[in-house]
Design a protein around this ligand. Structure first.
Ligand code: ARG
Length: 429
Protein backbone atom coordinates (compact mmCIF):
# COMPACT_ATOMS: atom_id res chain seq x y z
CA UNK A 1 0.00 0.00 0.00
CA UNK A 2 2.87 2.26 0.75
CA UNK A 3 3.64 2.37 -2.97
CA UNK A 4 0.21 3.60 -4.01
CA UNK A 5 -0.08 7.30 -4.74
CA UNK A 6 -3.18 7.42 -2.64
CA UNK A 7 -2.26 4.71 -0.11
CA UNK A 8 -1.73 6.83 3.02
CA UNK A 9 -5.13 6.47 4.60
CA UNK A 10 -5.59 2.78 3.75
CA UNK A 11 -4.81 -0.20 5.92
CA UNK A 12 -6.38 -3.01 3.93
CA UNK A 13 -5.16 -4.39 0.59
CA UNK A 14 -6.96 -3.90 -2.72
CA UNK A 15 -8.76 -6.99 -3.94
CA UNK A 16 -6.66 -8.48 -6.77
CA UNK A 17 -9.54 -8.50 -9.26
CA UNK A 18 -10.29 -4.90 -8.31
CA UNK A 19 -6.64 -4.09 -8.81
CA UNK A 20 -6.72 -5.06 -12.47
CA UNK A 21 -10.27 -3.76 -12.94
CA UNK A 22 -9.06 -0.37 -11.74
CA UNK A 23 -5.87 -0.24 -13.81
CA UNK A 24 -5.53 1.54 -17.14
CA UNK A 25 -1.80 1.08 -17.73
CA UNK A 26 -2.46 -1.62 -20.35
CA UNK A 27 -3.76 1.03 -22.73
CA UNK A 28 -2.90 4.47 -21.40
CA UNK A 29 0.85 3.70 -21.66
CA UNK A 30 0.35 4.83 -25.26
CA UNK A 31 0.41 8.37 -23.87
CA UNK A 32 3.83 8.02 -22.24
CA UNK A 33 5.36 10.73 -24.37
CA UNK A 34 2.53 13.19 -23.78
CA UNK A 35 2.71 12.47 -20.04
CA UNK A 36 6.40 13.29 -19.95
CA UNK A 37 6.00 16.42 -22.08
CA UNK A 38 3.20 17.61 -19.80
CA UNK A 39 5.32 17.01 -16.71
CA UNK A 40 8.30 18.83 -18.20
CA UNK A 41 6.16 21.89 -18.81
CA UNK A 42 4.63 21.60 -15.36
CA UNK A 43 7.89 21.46 -13.47
CA UNK A 44 9.01 24.66 -15.18
CA UNK A 45 5.89 26.34 -13.85
CA UNK A 46 6.66 24.98 -10.39
CA UNK A 47 10.09 26.51 -10.50
CA UNK A 48 8.65 29.86 -11.54
CA UNK A 49 6.29 29.67 -8.60
CA UNK A 50 9.29 28.84 -6.40
CA UNK A 51 7.81 25.51 -5.37
CA UNK A 52 10.89 23.65 -6.60
CA UNK A 53 14.44 24.94 -6.68
CA UNK A 54 16.45 25.35 -9.86
CA UNK A 55 18.47 22.31 -8.88
CA UNK A 56 15.37 20.19 -8.26
CA UNK A 57 13.97 21.34 -11.56
CA UNK A 58 17.11 20.16 -13.36
CA UNK A 59 16.98 16.79 -11.59
CA UNK A 60 13.33 16.29 -12.48
CA UNK A 61 13.84 17.26 -16.11
CA UNK A 62 16.80 14.97 -16.39
CA UNK A 63 14.89 12.10 -14.77
CA UNK A 64 11.95 12.62 -17.09
CA UNK A 65 14.26 12.51 -20.10
CA UNK A 66 15.72 9.27 -18.87
CA UNK A 67 12.23 7.79 -18.50
CA UNK A 68 11.32 8.95 -21.99
CA UNK A 69 14.40 7.22 -23.24
CA UNK A 70 13.40 3.97 -21.57
CA UNK A 71 9.92 4.11 -23.12
CA UNK A 72 11.35 4.91 -26.53
CA UNK A 73 13.80 2.01 -26.32
CA UNK A 74 11.17 -0.36 -24.97
CA UNK A 75 13.10 -0.95 -21.76
CA UNK A 76 10.67 0.73 -19.38
CA UNK A 77 9.58 -1.89 -16.90
CA UNK A 78 5.96 -1.77 -15.77
CA UNK A 79 5.77 -2.93 -12.16
CA UNK A 80 2.90 -4.28 -10.09
CA UNK A 81 1.12 -1.25 -8.65
CA UNK A 82 1.66 0.87 -11.78
CA UNK A 83 -2.01 1.67 -12.02
CA UNK A 84 -1.71 3.95 -15.02
CA UNK A 85 0.88 5.82 -17.08
CA UNK A 86 0.95 8.71 -14.62
CA UNK A 87 1.60 6.44 -11.65
CA UNK A 88 4.21 4.47 -13.58
CA UNK A 89 6.19 7.53 -14.66
CA UNK A 90 6.03 9.03 -11.19
CA UNK A 91 7.18 5.79 -9.54
CA UNK A 92 10.09 5.56 -11.94
CA UNK A 93 11.03 9.21 -11.43
CA UNK A 94 11.25 8.68 -7.70
CA UNK A 95 13.39 5.57 -8.25
CA UNK A 96 15.74 7.57 -10.43
CA UNK A 97 16.07 10.87 -8.58
CA UNK A 98 14.63 10.23 -5.13
CA UNK A 99 12.81 12.85 -3.07
CA UNK A 100 12.52 15.71 -5.62
CA UNK A 101 10.42 13.33 -7.71
CA UNK A 102 7.65 13.71 -5.16
CA UNK A 103 7.53 17.47 -5.69
CA UNK A 104 6.55 17.26 -9.33
CA UNK A 105 2.94 16.68 -8.39
CA UNK A 106 2.57 19.73 -6.19
CA UNK A 107 -0.82 21.23 -6.92
CA UNK A 108 -1.80 18.83 -9.66
CA UNK A 109 -3.87 15.68 -9.68
CA UNK A 110 -3.79 12.79 -12.07
CA UNK A 111 -7.02 14.11 -13.50
CA UNK A 112 -5.14 17.16 -14.73
CA UNK A 113 -2.53 14.88 -16.23
CA UNK A 114 -5.19 12.76 -17.91
CA UNK A 115 -6.71 15.73 -19.70
CA UNK A 116 -3.35 17.29 -20.57
CA UNK A 117 -1.99 13.99 -21.89
CA UNK A 118 -5.04 13.27 -23.96
CA UNK A 119 -5.02 16.68 -25.54
CA UNK A 120 -1.33 16.49 -26.35
CA UNK A 121 -1.75 13.00 -27.75
CA UNK A 122 -4.75 14.00 -29.83
CA UNK A 123 -2.90 16.97 -31.27
CA UNK A 124 -0.40 14.62 -32.91
CA UNK A 125 -3.09 12.13 -33.83
CA UNK A 126 -5.11 14.83 -35.54
CA UNK A 127 -2.09 16.01 -37.51
CA UNK A 128 -1.72 12.47 -38.87
CA UNK A 129 -5.42 12.13 -39.65
CA UNK A 130 -5.42 15.48 -41.42
CA UNK A 131 -2.62 14.38 -43.69
CA UNK A 132 -4.42 11.04 -44.30
CA UNK A 133 -7.58 12.94 -45.22
CA UNK A 134 -5.71 15.28 -47.54
CA UNK A 135 -4.15 12.37 -49.32
CA UNK A 136 -7.53 10.79 -49.88
CA UNK A 137 -9.05 14.05 -51.07
CA UNK A 138 -6.16 14.66 -53.50
CA UNK A 139 -6.51 11.13 -54.87
CA UNK A 140 -10.19 11.75 -55.50
CA UNK A 141 -9.65 15.15 -57.06
CA UNK A 142 -6.97 13.91 -59.47
CA UNK A 143 -9.15 10.98 -60.50
CA UNK A 144 -12.01 13.34 -61.13
CA UNK A 145 -9.76 15.50 -63.31
CA UNK A 146 -8.54 12.56 -65.42
CA UNK A 147 -11.95 10.93 -65.83
CA UNK A 148 -13.96 14.09 -66.26
CA UNK A 149 -15.56 13.00 -69.55
CA UNK A 150 -17.06 9.75 -68.28
CA UNK A 151 -20.84 9.77 -67.83
CA UNK A 152 -22.89 7.23 -65.93
CA UNK A 153 -26.31 6.98 -64.31
CA UNK A 154 -27.01 8.95 -61.18
CA UNK A 155 -29.36 7.01 -58.90
CA UNK A 156 -31.96 8.03 -56.37
CA UNK A 157 -33.79 5.31 -54.40
CA UNK A 158 -31.39 3.03 -56.29
CA UNK A 159 -33.43 3.76 -59.44
CA UNK A 160 -31.87 5.38 -62.48
CA UNK A 161 -32.42 9.10 -62.08
CA UNK A 162 -30.42 11.38 -64.40
CA UNK A 163 -27.12 11.13 -66.25
CA UNK A 164 -24.20 12.56 -64.29
CA UNK A 165 -20.45 12.73 -64.59
CA UNK A 166 -18.52 10.00 -62.81
CA UNK A 167 -16.19 12.77 -61.63
CA UNK A 168 -19.18 14.47 -60.05
CA UNK A 169 -19.80 11.36 -57.96
CA UNK A 170 -16.13 11.28 -56.91
CA UNK A 171 -16.09 14.97 -56.06
CA UNK A 172 -19.17 14.80 -53.90
CA UNK A 173 -17.09 12.44 -51.76
CA UNK A 174 -14.07 14.74 -51.89
CA UNK A 175 -16.16 17.73 -50.90
CA UNK A 176 -17.64 15.85 -47.96
CA UNK A 177 -14.04 15.02 -47.08
CA UNK A 178 -12.96 18.64 -47.12
CA UNK A 179 -15.76 19.64 -44.80
CA UNK A 180 -14.66 16.94 -42.42
CA UNK A 181 -11.05 18.01 -42.62
CA UNK A 182 -12.15 21.60 -41.98
CA UNK A 183 -14.08 20.47 -38.91
CA UNK A 184 -11.10 18.53 -37.70
CA UNK A 185 -8.80 21.51 -38.07
CA UNK A 186 -11.27 23.83 -36.46
CA UNK A 187 -11.61 21.44 -33.56
CA UNK A 188 -7.85 21.11 -33.39
CA UNK A 189 -7.27 24.87 -33.34
CA UNK A 190 -10.06 25.95 -31.06
CA UNK A 191 -10.97 23.01 -28.88
CA UNK A 192 -7.65 21.37 -28.21
CA UNK A 193 -6.05 24.71 -27.42
CA UNK A 194 -8.86 26.08 -25.28
CA UNK A 195 -8.45 26.61 -21.57
CA UNK A 196 -11.09 24.70 -19.70
CA UNK A 197 -12.56 25.38 -16.33
CA UNK A 198 -10.77 22.60 -14.54
CA UNK A 199 -12.38 19.30 -15.34
CA UNK A 200 -15.92 20.62 -15.41
CA UNK A 201 -16.08 20.36 -19.17
CA UNK A 202 -12.76 18.79 -19.86
CA UNK A 203 -13.89 15.61 -21.59
CA UNK A 204 -16.16 17.23 -24.12
CA UNK A 205 -13.28 17.65 -26.52
CA UNK A 206 -13.09 13.89 -26.67
CA UNK A 207 -16.81 13.55 -27.34
CA UNK A 208 -16.35 15.93 -30.28
CA UNK A 209 -13.45 13.91 -31.62
CA UNK A 210 -15.49 10.72 -31.40
CA UNK A 211 -18.36 12.43 -33.17
CA UNK A 212 -16.08 13.74 -35.91
CA UNK A 213 -14.62 10.25 -36.37
CA UNK A 214 -18.12 8.75 -36.62
CA UNK A 215 -19.29 11.30 -39.16
CA UNK A 216 -16.12 10.91 -41.21
CA UNK A 217 -16.56 7.15 -41.42
CA UNK A 218 -20.27 7.50 -42.11
CA UNK A 219 -19.38 9.40 -45.29
CA UNK A 220 -16.80 6.85 -46.29
CA UNK A 221 -19.19 4.03 -45.52
CA UNK A 222 -21.78 5.41 -47.91
CA UNK A 223 -19.15 5.82 -50.57
CA UNK A 224 -17.97 2.26 -50.02
CA UNK A 225 -21.54 1.05 -50.40
CA UNK A 226 -21.87 2.76 -53.79
CA UNK A 227 -18.62 1.21 -54.96
CA UNK A 228 -19.68 -2.24 -53.76
CA UNK A 229 -22.79 -1.96 -55.84
CA UNK A 230 -20.90 -0.60 -58.85
CA UNK A 231 -18.40 -3.45 -58.60
CA UNK A 232 -20.97 -6.27 -58.73
CA UNK A 233 -21.15 -8.33 -61.94
CA UNK A 234 -24.62 -6.90 -62.45
CA UNK A 235 -23.35 -3.32 -62.58
CA UNK A 236 -19.71 -3.87 -63.60
CA UNK A 237 -19.05 -0.13 -63.60
CA UNK A 238 -15.83 -0.51 -61.65
CA UNK A 239 -13.29 -3.22 -60.90
CA UNK A 240 -11.59 -3.25 -57.55
CA UNK A 241 -7.88 -3.96 -57.70
CA UNK A 242 -6.61 -7.33 -56.47
CA UNK A 243 -4.75 -5.48 -53.75
CA UNK A 244 -8.06 -4.61 -52.11
CA UNK A 245 -10.13 -7.70 -52.90
CA UNK A 246 -10.24 -11.16 -51.42
CA UNK A 247 -11.42 -14.55 -52.62
CA UNK A 248 -13.54 -17.37 -51.28
CA UNK A 249 -12.14 -20.55 -49.79
CA UNK A 250 -14.99 -22.48 -51.41
CA UNK A 251 -16.00 -20.72 -54.62
CA UNK A 252 -13.00 -20.19 -56.86
CA UNK A 253 -14.63 -17.53 -59.02
CA UNK A 254 -15.32 -15.20 -56.11
CA UNK A 255 -13.83 -11.78 -55.83
CA UNK A 256 -15.10 -10.06 -52.75
CA UNK A 257 -14.89 -6.38 -51.95
CA UNK A 258 -13.73 -6.98 -48.39
CA UNK A 259 -11.93 -3.65 -48.22
CA UNK A 260 -15.17 -1.81 -48.94
CA UNK A 261 -17.19 -3.98 -46.58
CA UNK A 262 -14.74 -3.27 -43.78
CA UNK A 263 -14.77 0.45 -44.50
CA UNK A 264 -18.55 0.25 -44.22
CA UNK A 265 -18.44 -1.73 -40.98
CA UNK A 266 -15.98 0.58 -39.23
CA UNK A 267 -18.51 3.40 -39.27
CA UNK A 268 -20.79 1.29 -37.08
CA UNK A 269 -17.94 0.42 -34.80
CA UNK A 270 -16.97 4.05 -34.28
CA UNK A 271 -20.47 5.30 -33.84
CA UNK A 272 -20.79 2.60 -31.19
CA UNK A 273 -17.71 4.03 -29.47
CA UNK A 274 -19.18 7.51 -29.65
CA UNK A 275 -22.60 6.43 -28.39
CA UNK A 276 -21.01 4.31 -25.66
CA UNK A 277 -18.99 7.24 -24.41
CA UNK A 278 -22.02 9.54 -24.51
CA UNK A 279 -23.85 6.99 -22.37
CA UNK A 280 -20.94 7.06 -19.93
CA UNK A 281 -21.01 10.86 -19.80
CA UNK A 282 -24.75 11.19 -19.47
CA UNK A 283 -25.74 11.71 -15.88
CA UNK A 284 -22.19 11.91 -14.50
CA UNK A 285 -21.81 14.54 -11.83
CA UNK A 286 -19.43 17.39 -12.64
CA UNK A 287 -15.65 16.94 -12.53
CA UNK A 288 -13.73 13.70 -12.62
CA UNK A 289 -15.34 10.36 -11.95
CA UNK A 290 -13.55 7.10 -12.57
CA UNK A 291 -16.08 6.31 -15.29
CA UNK A 292 -14.04 8.70 -17.40
CA UNK A 293 -11.13 6.29 -17.49
CA UNK A 294 -13.16 4.60 -20.23
CA UNK A 295 -12.54 7.49 -22.61
CA UNK A 296 -9.03 6.40 -23.52
CA UNK A 297 -9.86 3.15 -25.26
CA UNK A 298 -12.50 4.99 -27.28
CA UNK A 299 -9.95 7.62 -28.27
CA UNK A 300 -7.26 5.14 -29.30
CA UNK A 301 -9.69 2.92 -31.17
CA UNK A 302 -11.17 5.86 -33.05
CA UNK A 303 -7.77 7.12 -34.04
CA UNK A 304 -6.50 3.69 -35.14
CA UNK A 305 -9.68 2.95 -37.05
CA UNK A 306 -9.90 6.28 -38.89
CA UNK A 307 -6.18 6.16 -39.68
CA UNK A 308 -6.54 2.69 -41.23
CA UNK A 309 -9.79 3.44 -43.05
CA UNK A 310 -8.45 6.63 -44.65
CA UNK A 311 -5.37 4.78 -45.91
CA UNK A 312 -7.35 1.84 -47.28
CA UNK A 313 -9.88 4.16 -48.94
CA UNK A 314 -7.06 6.06 -50.60
CA UNK A 315 -5.64 2.74 -51.79
CA UNK A 316 -8.98 1.53 -53.13
CA UNK A 317 -9.65 4.77 -54.98
CA UNK A 318 -6.22 5.08 -56.50
CA UNK A 319 -6.20 1.53 -57.86
CA UNK A 320 -9.84 1.19 -58.92
CA UNK A 321 -10.48 0.58 -62.64
CA UNK A 322 -13.56 2.04 -64.25
CA UNK A 323 -15.32 0.36 -67.15
CA UNK A 324 -16.31 3.41 -69.12
CA UNK A 325 -18.23 1.67 -71.90
CA UNK A 326 -20.36 -0.25 -69.40
CA UNK A 327 -21.06 2.91 -67.43
CA UNK A 328 -22.13 4.78 -70.52
CA UNK A 329 -24.17 1.87 -71.85
CA UNK A 330 -26.14 1.93 -68.61
CA UNK A 331 -27.59 5.32 -69.50
CA UNK A 332 -31.11 4.99 -70.90
CA UNK A 333 -33.39 7.54 -72.60
CA UNK A 334 -35.97 7.44 -69.79
CA UNK A 335 -33.32 9.23 -67.67
CA UNK A 336 -33.94 12.22 -69.92
CA UNK A 337 -37.62 12.49 -68.97
CA UNK A 338 -36.82 15.54 -66.83
CA UNK A 339 -35.24 17.15 -69.89
CA UNK A 340 -38.40 16.42 -71.82
CA UNK A 341 -40.35 18.31 -69.14
CA UNK A 342 -37.88 21.22 -69.30
CA UNK A 343 -38.45 21.34 -73.08
CA UNK A 344 -42.11 22.14 -72.40
CA UNK A 345 -41.14 24.56 -69.63
CA UNK A 346 -39.09 26.49 -72.19
CA UNK A 347 -42.33 26.74 -74.24
CA UNK A 348 -44.13 28.36 -71.33
CA UNK A 349 -45.74 25.29 -69.68
CA UNK A 350 -45.69 25.43 -65.83
CA UNK A 351 -43.24 22.83 -64.50
CA UNK A 352 -45.91 20.79 -62.67
CA UNK A 353 -47.91 20.38 -65.91
CA UNK A 354 -44.77 19.74 -67.94
CA UNK A 355 -43.75 17.04 -65.43
CA UNK A 356 -47.13 15.37 -65.83
CA UNK A 357 -47.01 15.54 -69.65
CA UNK A 358 -43.51 14.08 -69.68
CA UNK A 359 -44.79 11.34 -67.36
CA UNK A 360 -47.48 10.58 -69.93
CA UNK A 361 -44.80 10.26 -72.60
CA UNK A 362 -42.93 7.78 -70.37
CA UNK A 363 -46.16 5.82 -69.91
CA UNK A 364 -46.86 5.77 -73.65
CA UNK A 365 -43.35 4.55 -74.38
CA UNK A 366 -43.70 1.80 -71.79
CA UNK A 367 -47.09 0.74 -73.15
CA UNK A 368 -45.73 0.58 -76.67
CA UNK A 369 -42.64 -1.20 -75.38
CA UNK A 370 -40.29 1.30 -76.98
CA UNK A 371 -37.80 3.64 -75.40
CA UNK A 372 -38.66 7.29 -74.76
CA UNK A 373 -36.63 8.57 -77.70
CA UNK A 374 -38.44 6.21 -80.05
CA UNK A 375 -41.85 7.83 -79.63
CA UNK A 376 -43.14 9.16 -82.94
CA UNK A 377 -43.99 12.77 -83.61
CA UNK A 378 -47.68 11.74 -83.56
CA UNK A 379 -47.28 10.07 -80.17
CA UNK A 380 -45.77 13.25 -78.75
CA UNK A 381 -48.22 15.65 -80.36
CA UNK A 382 -51.09 13.62 -78.94
CA UNK A 383 -49.59 14.40 -75.50
CA UNK A 384 -48.89 18.07 -76.19
CA UNK A 385 -49.13 20.09 -79.43
CA UNK A 386 -46.08 22.05 -78.25
CA UNK A 387 -43.73 19.18 -79.16
CA UNK A 388 -41.91 19.90 -82.40
CA UNK A 389 -39.14 18.26 -84.45
CA UNK A 390 -36.41 19.79 -82.31
CA UNK A 391 -37.36 17.36 -79.50
CA UNK A 392 -34.83 15.01 -81.10
CA UNK A 393 -32.00 17.27 -79.87
CA UNK A 394 -32.88 16.20 -76.30
CA UNK A 395 -31.70 12.64 -76.74
CA UNK A 396 -28.12 13.36 -75.97
CA UNK A 397 -26.57 12.58 -72.60
CA UNK A 398 -23.61 14.90 -72.99
CA UNK A 399 -25.77 17.95 -73.62
CA UNK A 400 -28.10 16.86 -70.84
CA UNK A 401 -25.37 17.00 -68.18
CA UNK A 402 -24.10 20.28 -69.61
CA UNK A 403 -27.29 22.02 -68.49
CA UNK A 404 -26.16 21.79 -64.88
CA UNK A 405 -23.46 24.41 -64.84
CA UNK A 406 -24.39 26.07 -61.55
CA UNK A 407 -21.76 25.72 -58.79
CA UNK A 408 -21.72 22.12 -57.63
CA UNK A 409 -23.47 20.93 -60.82
CA UNK A 410 -22.48 18.07 -63.10
CA UNK A 411 -21.55 20.17 -66.20
CA UNK A 412 -17.94 19.91 -67.24
CA UNK A 413 -17.17 23.56 -66.44
CA UNK A 414 -18.68 23.19 -62.99
CA UNK A 415 -16.75 20.01 -62.21
CA UNK A 416 -13.56 21.67 -63.47
CA UNK A 417 -14.18 24.60 -61.12
CA UNK A 418 -14.61 22.17 -58.23
CA UNK A 419 -11.40 20.35 -59.16
CA UNK A 420 -9.49 23.65 -59.20
CA UNK A 421 -11.00 24.77 -55.93
CA UNK A 422 -10.15 21.49 -54.21
CA UNK A 423 -6.65 21.41 -55.64
CA UNK A 424 -5.97 24.85 -54.19
CA UNK A 425 -7.60 23.91 -50.92
CA UNK A 426 -5.46 20.80 -50.43
CA UNK A 427 -2.35 22.91 -51.04
CA UNK A 428 -3.30 25.59 -48.55
CA UNK A 429 -3.46 23.07 -45.72
N1 ARG B 1 -6.09 6.21 -14.88
C1 ARG B 1 -7.03 7.18 -14.45
C2 ARG B 1 -7.84 7.70 -15.67
O1 ARG B 1 -7.36 7.55 -16.73
C3 ARG B 1 -6.36 8.25 -13.73
C4 ARG B 1 -7.21 9.17 -12.96
C5 ARG B 1 -7.37 8.76 -11.57
N2 ARG B 1 -7.92 9.81 -10.84
C6 ARG B 1 -8.62 9.64 -9.72
N3 ARG B 1 -9.10 10.67 -9.17
N4 ARG B 1 -8.86 8.44 -9.27
O2 ARG B 1 -8.91 8.21 -15.59
Amino acid sequence: LGTKLWGGRFVGNTDPVMESFNASIAYDQRMWDADIRGSKAYVKALEKAQLVSMEENQKILHGLDQIADEWAKGTFEIKPGDEDIHTANERRLKELIGAPGGKLHTGRSRNDQVVTDMRLWLRDAIATLTSDALQLISTMVERAAVEINVLFPGYTHLQRAQPIRWSHWILSGAIAGTYLAYDLLFFFKYEIGRIFSLCFFCVFFLAEFLFWASLCLTHLSKMAEDLMLYSTKEFSFVTLSDAYSTGSSLMPQKRNADSLELIRSKAGRLFGRCAGFMMTLKGLPSTYNKDLQEDKEAMFDCYDTVHAVLQVTTGVLSTLKINQSVMEAALSPDMLATDLAYYLVRKGVPFRDAHSLSGKAVFTAESKNVSLNQLTKEDLIAISPLFEDDVSSLWDYQSSVEQYSAPGGTAKSSVETQVEHLRKWTKIL
